[in-house]
Design a protein around this ligand. Structure first.
Ligand code: HEM
Length: 141
């Protein structure tokens, strides 16, 4: 569970959520007129230094009950969006990921090259740009 949460933090599949302002507002001193297209970025929010310790480090245990780093703000961890249009498939997505990983990890040891860093493109939804070269080594039955 923590590994999936941390993966969704570092590589949110939906990096930017489009919205439109319904009335004029001001954010950080910028005036935003009514009826303006804006983007809300989970990707950026997930790397804010003031909310996450070492945001560029893969650290699943930041989601453990003892540390619960993601609970400082209601909209701090938002790979599934937030508010009234929050993803309705989030529990289904979690179950799917766990089932697929369970079957893969039961049969294979999965390796990347030592020091491998995944190049990726967050638009339109996040994907590795190099085809994700991994080795699947079958485990003995
Ligand atoms: C890891 C997998 C998934 C991610 C990261 C994800 C992400 C999101 C995000 C960010 C939104 C909010 C969009 C917005 O506010 O404009 C959303 C909405 C939605 N998602 Fe997902 N989703 C995932 C899986 C699924 C699955 C498996 C289903 C259905 C089986 C699903 C169905 C929906 C629907 C219907 C909405 C629209 C809800 C509404 O507008 O009220 N999602 N999703």
């Amino acid at each position: 569970g923590f590994v999936m949460q941390e993966t969704l933090r570092m590589y949110p599949p939906v990096a930017v959520v489009p919205r439109r302002t319904v009335r004029e507002t001001e954010i950080f001193g910028y005036r935003i007129p009514a009826n303006t297209s804006i983007g809300i970025s989970p990707l950026m929010t997930h790397y804010l230094e003031e909310w996450w310790s070492e945001p560029t480090r893969f650290d699943p245990m930041r989601f453990s009950p003892e540390r619960a780093e993601h609970k400082k703000h209601f909209y701090q961890w938002l790979p599934f969006g937030g508010g009234s249009h929050k993803c309705i498939g989030l529990n289904f997505a979690e179950i799917q990921v766990k089932i697929v990983l369970f079957h893969l990890l039961k049969r294979y040891r999965i390796e990347a090259q030592p020091g491998y860093e995944m190049p990726y493109n967050p638009v339109p939804i996040s994907f590795p740009t190099d085809g994700l070269p991994l080795r699947f080594i079958p485990l003995a039955e």
